[in-house]
Design a protein around this ligand. Structure first.
Ligand code: ZN
Ligand code: ZN
Length: 347
């Protein structure tokens, strides 16, 4: 097993793993889209096709079988004999499940979040990758600050940042970067557009790098020249909400309570209805993964979790602010993995 061993639910003793990030997590195989994994404690197997005859055994921490996937899933039958098998109901499409059941003659039980739960607590090897991705993002942001000025297009900033990150060791961008200036700042998910940045606007930049398959995620909002009035006020409110949540985060704290801590600050300032998303999420092989920090979450923080805290206020047609930190839950609280200055910054 590459990382932590998942805990199977009581009704199954084998799990067919199809979600690529879960396949990668359990095996270390870096082309998991072309593989499936059968997790059986002590006899886990990775199945992939002849294109990976050399790569898969070199990378995989579990035994590999090269199979002809075009001729169906009959190869699983011998490994499933006498076992109660489960499948990943949040990932495997119905049609593929039916095909697998037909080819193997086995009925699979639905499971949810089995490997995802193991993934919430990072191993030291995983933390090294996340930390490296976060460090790169900090350096990239410092480089980017020198390029933000009136007249520059959002897309050009996003592109420059991605080039910089890749040139300095990122495998790829963690997602389509958000660069949202002026009124576009009111779009929580405003992917960089051709809009030119103007003096007197706030610019929200949400981005990350991927290193060793692991993501980083950070948001900063900066002022282009002098910005005053309400935008400055909502910036301070978001910063206060973030800092309240950072101070409250510790092992054992409910994710929903942390969300509430930040939300209360924003509500008190009168902007509750403009904080339209949840406080944060786990980060790892996926950019958004468990634990999810929202009002309905039943999860508690545990040492080794890597989470974001990202309150925001979005005023339609006017603008918005989000500040996002990436942090590791430790035995006593939080250790920040993102280090760029988060306070008010005029460029
Ligand atoms: Zn983000
Ligand atoms: Zn995020």
């Amino acid at each position: 097993m590459k990382h932590r061993e998942p805990q199977l639910p009581e009704n199954v003793d084998a799990l067919l793993v199809t979600r690529p990030e879960n396949v990668r997590y359990l095996s270390g195989f870096t082309s998991p889209e072309d593989a499936i994994l059968l997790f059986v404690p002590g006899r886990t197997r990775l199945f992939t096709d002849a294109r990976y005859e050399t790569q898969a055994p070199a990378e995989s921490a579990v035994p590999v079988e090269i199979v002809n996937t075009r001729s169906g899933y009959g190869f699983l039958s011998e490994h499933l004999a006498g076992l109660r098998a489960g499948y990943e109901a949040d990932h495997l499409p119905c049609a593929r499940l039916r095909r697998i059941e037909k080819d193997t003659g086995v009925t699979f039980a639905p499971t949810s979040g089995v490997v995802e739960r193991a993934r919430t607590v990072k191993t030291p090897a995983e933390l090294e990758h996340v930390t490296a991705a976060a460090r790169l993002a900090d350096e990239g942001f410092e480089h980017l600050l020198g390029l933000i000025e009136p007249g520059v297009r959002e897309v050009d900033l996003a592109l420059e940042l991605e080039f910089w990150l890749r040139r300095h060791g990122a495998e790829k961008a963690a997602f389509d970067f958000i660069v949202a200036s002026g009124p576009r700042g009111a779009l929580p998910h405003g992917v960089a557009s051709e809009k030119r940045i103007q003096a007197g606007e706030l610019v929200t930049i949400d981005f990350g790098a991927v290193v060793g398959g692991y993501h980083s995620d950070m948001t900063r909002t900066v002022a282009v020249g002098v910005v005053s009035g309400e935008m400055r006020r909502i910036f301070q409110t978001v910063l206060d909400a973030l800092e309240a949540a950072l101070a409250a985060a510790a092992p054992g704290v409910l994710a929903s309570e942390l969300d509430a801590v930040a939300r209360r600050v924003i509500e008190k300032a009168g902007y509750g209805r403009y904080f339209v998303h949840s406080l944060g999420h786990g980060v790892g092989l996926e950019i958004h993964e468990a634990p999810f920090l929202n009002s309905r979450s039943e999860e508690r923080l545990e040492p080794g979790m890597v989470i974001t805290l990202e309150p925001g206020i979005y005023l339609p047609d006017r603008g918005g602010v989000r500040i996002e930190e990436l942090a590791l839950v430790t035995d006593s609280g939080l250790e920040l993995l993102s280090h760029s200055p988060r306070g008010w910054l005029e460029v």
